[in-house]
Design a protein around this ligand. Structure first.
Ligand code: F3S
Length: 470
């Protein structure tokens, strides 16, 4: 039996792709093992978002080939490079990484088994280049019955509702890698969600490049992406959320990667009316200065964003807003950074991440004048992050004394509705609790980004006495 090991890098979208490759391998009777050294085939599913992700991907590829070279046994191991880096550099990689046996892109996920069979059946000639199976731009989209083996813990899952992106952001390479936006149908997503809930999943994280664009690619008259949507109009996303909310069972639905340009009042109303949709939204804003939003081609303005955040907070009581900003984009001045800092101070985002701009080959931003030196980017990053640390600490303090419903991740660690997996804070509970269950806890303290808690019903004073008596 052929044994395969898969190294999954990059974001949750790539993780779902890895899960689907493993699903196909299992279906074909291949065995997937964690130890790459022992496997007949290693697949590295790469990321290519910024320089550091490319470096990480190449590092893993070279490590596999180095280990293979050092071993006497298993030196015939095959190496397949998949994912975003493979898709992005499909023309160059076979020459620059001759140690690899095959390259596949995003549309060959379902063909992983025949690819393995092919490279196994035919020994490569000494000077023969690695085979690339990538053909043109990515157009594929998974369906509810695409084989998949989940790699996340039993209680949470990612559900990819669309693939690709139609936005023109000048800093981002992803649309060139993942292709035009294409949505799954509402029925397909609901069918998959039903299965996940039946399998015991307690949190479904909806993902795509822009979840708010879900279904808009199928509108007869596609909206001009530069014009915000008709605010009163229901969209496929609002229909989807209402149908997911109607699935029986105790679970959360979390909406990740929303684009501010496609929010509508109807979406705000829908989230407010669907109790299973977590009181949490992820809305990458990237900047607040009109000049920077224009240079980044974000299809929004400072006034629009300020008004949208107000409408979201007023329409969905208790909502936690997560965003990300980029500092050091070409042409950014001290005044732009000051405006951003002022916005962070005033808005008090519950969750916030800041990225230093990365000059990515193939993007329009990379060719812009007035690139910012790394030292200045670094200083701006520190300034904004330090500011957010204060905001986060103040936000965390408001939870002390409150009761929160949390999902237990590990025996003493949980997440609340305001904490998405992998990116946000944690709730630390001084008691071993059943993993994958919802419980109510009382918040007793906090660090900057994390909360401390006791199971509801245990008072901090009683707890201290009981601890001392142990
Ligand atoms: Fe994700 Fe990296 Fe591709 S962030 S979409 S795996 S470039």
């Amino acid at each position: 039996m052929i044994t395969v090991s898969l190294i999954s890098l990059g974001c949750a979208k790539n993780l779902v792709d890895s899960e689907m490759m493993i699903g196909h391998l299992h279906q074909a009777g291949m065995s997937v093992i964690p130890d790459a050294e022992k496997a007949n085939v290693v697949i590295v599913n790469t990321c290519s978002f910024i320089d550091s992700s490319k470096e990480e991907s190449i590092g893993h590829i070279l490590e596999v080939t180095k280990n293979r070279g050092m071993r006497k046994r298993n030196k015939d191991q095959k190496l397949i490079v998949a994912g975003c880096m493979s898709q992005r550099f499909s023309k160059d990689l076979p020459d620059s990484l001759p140690e690899v046996d095959a390259f596949i892109g995003l549309d060959q996920i379902t063909k992983i088994v025949p690819v393995i069979e092919e490279i196994y059946a035919k020994e490569r000639g000494k000077n023969e280049a690695p085979k690339s199976f990538i053909e043109g731009k990515s157009t594929w989209i998974p369906d509810y019955d695409t084989p998949r083996f989940r790699l996340t813990p039993k209680h949470f899952a990612y559900l990819k509702i669309a693939e690709g992106c139609n936005h023109p952001c000048t800093f981002c390479i992803i649309p060139q890698i993942r292709g035009r936006h294409r949505s799954r149908t509402v029925e397909s997503v609901v069918a998959e969600a039903r299965r996940l809930v039946a399998e015991g999943v307690k949190e479904i994280n909806l993902i795509s490049q822009d979840t708010t664009y879900f279904g808009m690619d199928t509108w007869e008259q596609r909206p001009n992406p530069r014009t915000p949507v008709d605010s009163s109009r229901g969209t496929a996303l609002t229909t989807l959320l209402r149908q997911l909310n109607a699935i029986e069972g105790d679970f959360w639905i979390r909406l990740l990667y929303t684009h501010p340009a496609h929010w509508s009042d109807e979406l705000i109303k829908t989230i407010a009316e669907c109790p299973k949709v977590a009181r949490y939204i992820d809305i990458p804003l990237q900047h607040i200065s009109d000049r920077m939003l224009g240079l980044m081609q974000r299809e929004t303005s400072g006034d629009y964003i300020r008004d949208l955040i107000k409408r979201i907070r007023a329409g969905i009581p208790g909502i936690a807003v997560r965003t990300t900003f980029i500092v050091g984009f070409p042409g950014e001045t001290d005044a732009d950074v000051e405006e951003l800092c002022q916005f962070i101070r005033e808005t008090k985002f519950e969750r916030l991440g800041v990225f230093r701009y990365s000059q990515e080959e193939g993007t329009r931003g990379a060719k812009m004048p007035d690139q910012i030196p790394p030292k200045i980017k670094e200083a701006r990053w520190h300034k904004t992050m330090a500011l957010q640390k204060e905001v986060s600490s103040a936000v965390s303090a408001t939870f002390v004394g409150k009761t929160l419903r949390v999902l237990v991740e590990e025996p003493g660690v949980a997440r609340g509705e305001a904490d998405a997996p992998d990116i946000d804070g944690r709730v630390y509970i001084d008691k071993k609790l059943p993993v994958g269950e919802f419980i109510n806890v009382t918040i007793t303290g906090h660090h900057d980004y994390d909360l401390l808690a006791l199971p509801k019903g245990i008072e901090p004073r009683e707890y201290k006495v009981a601890k001392q008596a142990q």
